[in-house]
Design a protein around this ligand. Structure first.
Ligand code: ADP
Length: 255
């Protein structure tokens, strides 16, 4: 087996907000081409960790390397290698999607075919719409499109499916898989365990500023079962979500 190379290296990362120790010395690596999940209850330190890797937040101590570049000495170069999902409030309300992509491409100083990019996230029909008129799923797909403009090596997605209906969620999973297939590494946070199980090659589960487990979803489940854990009730071979998707389809419904 060929060992994938480490694209993110985090060593003994600490972040204190005043007296609060939000991240308490965590270490992990992310391999090139992975979909890597960061999970944990609210307040666990996920966003803080993500924002430090995204160069948006100062760390207290520790080492972070992105694509072999040290975060302390090369933040500018790192910014060019990563795609960070912007919050919706970052979009100018009066510009349509084509104009917004042109604007971002200008900021990144790259040339892009805006219509092709919109097509890749199934928004070509909305090219002339302003972002305010998009549905939740469309908005998420558009905000992901904006992270792809400069063809980043690493894409950071912070809870991209929160609040979406099952169709939109499944479509977004397909999109995340497509981004990986095109050669990017994806770091994603989510509160949905089915999503993490479906999408992520490996997961770090954080709690109270520490990583309490880091492994593939399958291995984590096997470990739990091996420890003697048993479900209260045997699960059926399909879920209610499977029923819902079978009955109502996976087609885009967010027009
Ligand atoms: P998560 O993303 O897992 O919900 P966060 O990284 O947002 O966790 O927060 C971790 C802890 O740090 C929480 O207790 C939160 O209240 C605190 N925190 C986050 N941002 C700040 C900030 N800017 N100033 C002070 N405390 C913060």
């Amino acid at each position: 087996m060929i060992m994938a190379s480490r694209i993110i290296e985090v060593k003994d990362l600490v972040k204190n907000y005043g007296k609060l120790e939000a991240v308490k010395g965590i270490s992990f690596d992310v391999y090139e081409g992975e979909i890597f999940g960061l999970l944990g209850p609210n307040g666990a330190g996920k966003s803080t960790t993500l924002e430090i890797m995204e160069t948006l937040r100062e760390k207290t101590s520790g080492k972070v390397k992105i694509a072999n570049l040290d975060l302390d000495s090369h933040p500018g170069e790192i910014k060019q290698l990563i795609g960070v999902q912007l919050q919706q409030s970052g979009f100018y309300p009066h510009l349509n999607l084509l104009e917004l992509i042109d604007l971002f491409a200008g900021l990144y100083n790259v040339s892009v075919n805006p219509l092709e990019l919109l097509r890749s996230v199934h928004l070509e029909d909305k090219a002339k719409s302003i972002s305010k008129t998009l549905s939740g799923g469309q908005r998420q797909r558009f905000s992901i499109a904006t992270t792809l403009i400069h063809r980043p090596k690493i894409v950071f997605l912070d809870e991209p499916t929160t609040g979406l209906d099952p169709q939109a969620r499944h479509n977004l999973w397909d999109l995340v898989k497509k981004i990986r297939a095109q050669g990017s590494t994806v770091i994603i946070t989510t509160h949905y365990m089915d999503e993490a199980e479906q999408l992520c090659d490996r997961i770090a589960i954080m709690d109270e500023g520490k990583i309490v487990e880091l492994d593939s979803p399958g291995k984590m489940i096997d470990n739990l079962v091996a420890s003697g854990f048993q479900r209260a009730r045997e699960l059926k071979p399909a879920s209610l979500e499977d029923v819902f998707i079978q009955l109502t389809g996976k087609d885009m419904r967010d027009e």
